[in-house]
Design a binder for this molecule. Structure first.
Ligand code: PLP
Length: 369
């Protein structure tokens, strides 16, 4: 086996989508598969999400939408992250739904639509308080009127209006209701102008799981379809979600050392008793976060061990304790079904599990599995 083996359980993704559909009974599910499906593999994750009943797929980048079409996906797909250089011609030809945040992007889409028999389907993105993508409420009427004028010419169809929350992972945070209020005002602006919206959407994973009143017509879960709950389940059941990604390495050397033995560069770990060390053949060159030294845990034979001392370029060490049965050749689970979770890693090194799975996903693409 190579230094690290990254495996993805695609059936878990399909099941997770089914579970999210259960949480969002009145709404459709858009499975967010941006960033190579959070490292899980764009096409296979998307196929799994479709099996689980996702009627929509969502991606940030236009090339991801086109890659899904090239792989044969024929369902609804929304893409949202581009400037005026949006490849509108290719996207419209591929029947992809387009988000619009500015008059510049709208102008580009309309210009292309003039030479195209098929009107582009637009989702107006409103910045209700995230301060990221989307038109500000102040600029919304202008953008909406431009889009309506293009619609009246038969060049585009305004099918959606949407926004994204800043604090959905902190249930009860006052910005959630504040953003929802701004979103409702934006929707009523569209209604006043008699724009018949097909889909209104606001909810990411956290909002899907905690705020059924904000599901509108469509929810856009990402992290949860990969089995990582964005908020704590009050029942401690991970909302029934199964983590899809597992990352493993291997113990390549086991040896006894005396008490007081320094471990790895800088001796940041010193054995507190006579013990057995296990050497694992994966390091920061393989994607193992160096900040995990003396902090993050791994799983071996069903037990958790903290990484002892610094993570090196292609190896790290664990203190197996004085009476271990671990042998060279034993698998080591960095995170996944039979070890710590990506969320445990995130807590240990002060980041979010999104970053953990994206990091190892990049490795999976290098041909690790
Ligand atoms: C990434 C993203 C999502 C999914 O967010 P999760 O927290 O992973 O559920 C939904 N909508 C937009 C616009 C996003 O960028």
């Amino acid at each position: 086996m190579s230094a690290l083996e990254v495996t993805v359980d695609y059936d878990a993704i399909a099941r997770n989508v089914e579970i999210l559909r259960g949480h969002a009974a009145g709404a459709d599910v858009m499975a967010v598969v941006k960033a190579d499906a959070y490292g899980h593999g764009l096409v296979r994750a998307a196929q799994a999400a479709r099996r689980g009943g996702a009627t929509w797929l969502g991606v940030a980048q236009p090339h991801e939408a086109l890659a899904l079409r090239a792989a044969g996906d024929s369902g609804r797909i929304l893409t949202w992250l581009y400037g005026p250089d949006v490849p509108a011609r290719a996207l419209i030809a591929a029947d992809v739904d387009l988000s619009v945040s500015s008059p510049e992007v709208l102008g580009e889409i309309v210009a292309v639509s003039r030479e195209n028999p098929r009107p582009a389907r637009l989702h107006i993105c409103v910045d209700t308080g995230l301060g990221r993508e989307g038109v500000t409420p102040a600029e919304l009427p202008v953008l909406l009127d431009l889009a309506i004028a293009a619609q009246e010419e038969g060049l585009v169809r305004i099918v959606g209006m949407w926004s994204h929350l800043a604090w959905a992972d902190a249930p009860g945070h006052p910005t959630i209701d504040a953003q929802a209020d701004v979103f409702r005002e934006a929707l009523s602006l569209a209604q006043d102008r008699r724009v018949g919206l097909e889909v209104r959407h606001l909810a990411n994973s956290a909002c899907t799981l905690t705020r059924p009143d904000l599901h509108f017509d469509l929810v856009r879960p990402g992290i949860a379809i990969y089995g990582l709950p964005p908020v704590a389940d009050p029942y401690g059941e991970r909302f029934g979600l199964t983590p899809a990604m597992t990352v493993r390495s291997e113990v390549i050397l086991v040896k006894d050392v005396p008490q007081g033995h320094g471990v790895s560069y800088g001796h940041e770990y010193v054995t507190p008793y006579p013990t057995t060390l296990g050497l694992v053949s994966a390091g920061y060159a393989d994607g193992v976060f160096r900040s995990g030294g003396n902090r993050a845990e791994v799983g071996i034979r069903g037990r958790r061990y903290q990484i002892a001392g610094r993570v090196c370029m292609d190896q790290f060490v664990v203190d197996l304790g004085p009476a271990t049965s671990v042998c060279a050749g034993d698998p080591v689970t960095l995170f996944g079904v039979d070890g710590p979770s990506a969320t445990d890693w995130a807590r240990a090194i002060d980041t979010i599990d999104y970053e953990i799975v994206c990091r190892f996903g990049a490795l999976r693409d290098k041909g690790a599995a």
